[in-house]
Each structure stands twice: as C-alpha cells, then as structure tokens.
Design a protein around this ligand. Structure first.
Ligand SMILES: Nc1ncnc2c1ncn2[C@@H]1O[C@H](COP(=O)(O)OP(=O)(O)OP(=O)(O)O)[C@@H](O)[C@H]1O
Ligand SMILES: [Mg+2]
Length: 294
C-alpha cells in the first residue's frame, strides 16, 4: 500500500515543488513506484517533470486534477508517465475550484422535470458534502499501485491545501531559516491540529521539517535552527538532519524543464537531496513501523 506524503507550506517559494520533484526522481531511480499529484494551479511540477511534459504545457487533453475533483473523470484516467513517475497534472483553473454538488446520472434523470426538487437536492448535497475530503476519497483508487504518492500544494491554506492534508498520511514541511517561515509552520500546525480535532481517528503525522535553500555558514542558519527544532518537538516531529543547500543550478533547472537531480545531481542542492532521500526513507520506515505496531 502506497504511503501518501503531502508537501505543504503556505509560504511561497520555500522549495515545495523542487522537493517533490527531487524526491520523486530519486525514489523512482531506486525502483519505487511513484505517483505525483499536483494541486497547485501554478503547475510548476509540469516544468520539472521532463521536457516531454513541460513543452506541451498547455496541452491538457489527458485531463487534470480539476476534472478529477469535479468527479468528471477518475484519477487513473489523467495520469501521464514522466521522469517523476506517474503525474496527475494541475490546471490553472484549479484556483477557482470551490467544490460543487455532484448528482448521479440516475438522480439527475429522475429529477430532470422537477426543478424545485432538483434544486433542493443540490442544495442539500452542497451543505452535506465535505469538499476538503475529495482527494482523500480518491486515494484508495490508486494506493495499491504505488509505493509513494507525493502531493505538491499551492502557497496558501485553501480548500486545495486542505484536500492535500486530508489525503495525507504524512506531511513534509519545507521551510526557510527565517522568522516569517517559522510563523507559517506554526500556522500550518494549527491547521493540522484542527483536522485531527474534528477527525480524531485520522492518521496524519508530520514526518519532518526540511530546511531549504540553506547556506550553512550563515548566522541565520545558526540562529533559526534551534527555534525550528523546538517547534518540531512541540509538533512531535523532527527537523531533518539534512538541510538543502543553495545552488545556482537549483534556481536554473525549472527554466531548463528538468528537476535538479537530472539537471545537476552533483550540485550542492543535488547532493543534499540525495542525502535527504535516505533520511526520508528511514524516517517513513520508522513511522510506518510504529503505525503498524501501535
Ligand atoms: N536549493 C535551492 N537553491 C537555489 N534555488 C532554489 C533551491 N530550491 C529551490 N530554488 C528556487 O527557488 C524558487 C522556488 O522554488 P519552488 O518553486 O520549488 O518553491 P515552492 O515552495 O514550490 O514555490 P510556490 O510556493 O510558488 O509553489 C524556484 O525558482 C527554484 O528554482
Ligand atoms: Mg510550488
């Protein structure tokens, strides 16, 4: 059964997409079956999934997560093979997705000539459907076919992000060594606690905070590591030992339509993602072991 890891931080530009693409590429090279789901209307994951995906960037004939979330097509139908494993692409129109009531064909046919009853049913369905759980509802349709399902999210706490969180077993939080980034992590933790409060039986754990774009020599890193470690402890998680180093290559690769591991695995960023992947696998294995044995 695949493990679902959602990469979240409502703060923009903290390397969520770079992390999803690097991790997916490494896991796939190791022989794991990987599915990437893009919930970000910016569609940046397309640009890191290989030239064959990025170049026809406007060609979404295969469908996108928009049709999937609107229940117009099954998740399996939109998957395309890429260097990151199978990819469920986002759509720029996802930004206006607010969920909408769904009726079965039979319900619609039986009420076609009774508009008042139809409106009543739509209204009822709208009030009683929890649109933050749409993606979570779909995960079982693909879970068995993958080892890792990685979800990239948008930089804000919206209905899309909530879908990513509800669908997850684990949350991975990339963050900068900055005060504003620390505050964003605290806000995210409050959201996760809110989810667990309303759904106490749900399995949802933060697998760790990953510090990104780090130049380890800076005072900023030394100043902010201890507070991040303190927040992580409060969240019952860790700051990964590996932090992701800055590099010019990492800032270039999106423009070349390649993820950092393909573009420059020997760059400081590439090397740190390789080390991080080992730590990530060990951490997930330990958490899954604890999950299984109570
Ligand atoms: N280690 C790094 N060193 C240098 N530049 C990096 C590094 N990681 C990411 N970048 C660059 O920082 C920018 C933001 O990265 P990325 O798109 O992965 O962040 P994000 O959190 O997904 O952003 P958004 O919130 O907009 O989705 C990109 O231009 C990327 O190339
Ligand atoms: Mg992104």
């Amino acid at each position: 059964m695949g493990v679902v890891v959602t990469v979240v931080n409502q703060k923009g530009g903290v390397a969520k997409t770079t992390t999803v693409s690097a991790l997916a590429y490494i896991l796939r090279e190791k022989g794991y079956k990987v599915l990437c789901i893009d919930l970000d209307p910016q569609r940046n994951l397309d640009m890191l999934a290989g030239k064959s995906v990025a170049i026809p960037i406007n060609d979404l004939r295969t469908g996108s997560m928009l049709q999937v979330l609107n229940r117009e097509t099954p998740l399996k139908n939109i998957l395309i093979p890429t260097e990151l494993g199978d990819l469920a692409r986002a759509s720029s129109q996802l930004s206006s997705w607010t969920g909408r009531p769904v009726l079965t064909k039979a319900e619609f046919a039986s009420l076609r000539d009774k508009p008042e009853e139809l409106i009543h049913l739509l209204d009822e369905r709208f009030r009683t459907t929890d649109f933050s759980k749409e993606l979570g509802r779909l995960i079982p349709t693909v879970r068995d076919e993958y080892d890792y399902i990685l979800i990239d999210t948008n930089p804000s706490l919206t209905l899309l992000t909530l879908n990513g969180l509800y669908a997850a077993d684990y949350v991975l939080i990339p963050a900068f060594t900055e005060k504003s980034s620390r505050e964003a992590v605290i806000e995210l933790w409050n959201t996760i606690q809110g989810i667990l409060y309303y759904e106490p039986g749900k399995y949802l754990k933060v697998c760790g905070i990953l510090l990104t774009k780090v130049s380890q020599k800076t005072n900023l890193f030394r100043t902010y590591l201890p507070p991040f470690q303190k927040i992580a402890a409060q969240m019952g998680t860790v700051v990964f030992e590996t932090s992701i180093r800055n590099s010019v290559a990492a800032s270039e690769c999106m423009g070349r339509y390649e993820n950092i591991m393909k573009y420059s695995k020997n760059s400081p960023t590439g090397q740190s993602y390789a080390a991080f992947a080992e730590e990530f696998l060990a951490r997930i294995a330990a958490l899954e072991e604890a999950r299984t044995h109570g």
